[in-house]
Design a protein around this ligand. Structure first.
Ligand code: CTP
Ligand code: MG
Length: 369
């Protein structure tokens, strides 16, 4: 495997790859009414939740995940969670979610099933009208916030989404995107991508949205001077009532603010093809998984220095720090032998692309072993 120096010239080969990456997003991304259509489903379900007597008044249904984070596909499932008003007692979560499942069935939802004893109880079903696969969990505010964070990164530059769609196609095709089989969630791969795009040679493709906001509360950064309305937002942790989580990130409000983020990204002129190859090289050959944590923190975090509360040192393999729940390892689902497979897949992907193979070859089904 040849080493490609950082900041290399763009090659015609990777220009062709860039076109393929752009076409792939065009073919995979949903149409312009995607979010509205899903909002209509949410509104119908909100109505069911409100009419049924299982939850206190003021209980809200929120959408999170790929229906809203900028990386969704027409066939993505619709992830939702219920937010009950602070201070209200709903009783036994398993019981209320069980009642919700019955209500949903009565209201025409199909294939209703539930996992009531999970850390976060969840009801799964297919919407009778649109046939979209849905799931509703209870109290998952952090997922709503991390979806907003990912959506803001997705909006920084079109290349973020282009590369993410290629990566999502690759992980699904190579069968390394299934937490129940010991590989990594899409959420984990998107965090890995953002970590890399924050560290691209020369200029980062995306800034650190959480530290922009942090600098506003203390010393405003030069770039964002005068725009200090970001609010420090704390959210109650769903399973640890005494801990509060800082869910602070820079969320641009109008076109002007969005434009500023885009201008920052444009300082990096690499093509999506080169960035995708760079991403594979970074995790295939450069990143020291034994020593470092994949994180959206501005510093490179070392596992040994994470302290006892963080369970990082015991992980030999992949550790990915959640951007808000900083003590939570998103990679905890990854089994060690699967992690080695994933690393080999990164190395293979880099080789395929730099030897002129396109997206189709990158996303070939793995050979049976
Ligand atoms: N999530 C989370 N913590 C995890 C995994 C997921 O908070 N360890 C939340 C995130 O808000 C994420 C959402 O659940 O956006 C959905 O996760 P996932 O299914 O991995 O990602 P999707 O973007 O929905 O991808 P896919 O299209 O593959 O379903
Ligand atoms: Mg999903």
């Amino acid at each position: 495997l040849g080493f490609v120096p950082r900041g290399r010239q763009r090659t015609p080969k990777l220009d062709k790859l860039t076109k393929e990456i752009q076409l792939n997003m065009k073919n995979s991304a949903p149409g312009p009414t995607f979010e509205q259509d899903r909002e209509a489903v949410r509104v119908r379900l909100q109505d069911i939740v409100t009419r049924c007597n299982s939850f206190p008044s003021g209980t809200e249904l929120h959408v999170f995940g790929s229906s809203k984070n900028g990386f969704g596909a027409p066939n993505s499932d619709l992830d939702m969670c219920l937010a009950v008003p602070e201070g209200s007692d709903i009783g036994d979560p398993a019981q209320v979610m069980g009642r919700l499942a019955e209500d949903l069935e009565r209201e025409g939802m199909l294939e209703v099933s539930a996992r009531l004893t999970a850390r976060i109880p969840i009801v799964m079903f297919t919407d009778g009208l649109t046939k979209i696969e849905c799931d509703i969990s209870l109290q998952n505010p952090l997922a709503v916030h991390n979806t907003g964070l990912l959506a803001t990164y997705a909006g920084c530059d079109v290349r973020v989404r282009e590369i993410a769609y290629a990566v999502k196609r690759w992980v699904k095709a190579r069968e390394i995107n299934s937490p129940s089989d010991g590989t990594l969630s899409s959420y984990g791969y998107v965090l890995m991508l953002i970590h890399y795009l924050q560290r691209t040679p020369g200029s980062p493709v995306v800034p650190n949205l959480q530290s922009i906001a942090a600098s506003w509360s203390g010393e405003p950064s030069k770039v964002y001077e005068g725009e200090r309305e970001a609010k420090l937002r704390y959210v109650q942790h769903p399973t640890e009532p005494n801990s509060r989580v800082n869910c602070y990130y820079y969320k641009p409000k109008g076109e002007k603010e969005r434009g500023r983020l885009k201008d920052l990204s444009m300082r990096n002129r690499e093509s999506s093809g080169n960035l995708l190859a760079g991403f594979f090289h970074y995790y295939g050959f450069e990143f020291d998984f034994r020593k470092h944590v994949v994180s959206l923190s501005p510093q490179m975090l070392e596992k040994d220095l994470m302290g006892e509360v963080h369970c990082w040192p015991c992980h030999l393999g992949l550790t990915i720090q959640d951007p808000f729940e900083t003590f939570y390892n998103v990679g905890h689902v990854v089994k060690l032998w699967q992690f080695h497979r994933i690393r080999r897949e990164f190395a293979r992907a880099y080789t395929v692309l730099t030897e002129g193979g396109g997206l189709d070859m990158l996303c070939e089904k793995p050979e049976e072993v």
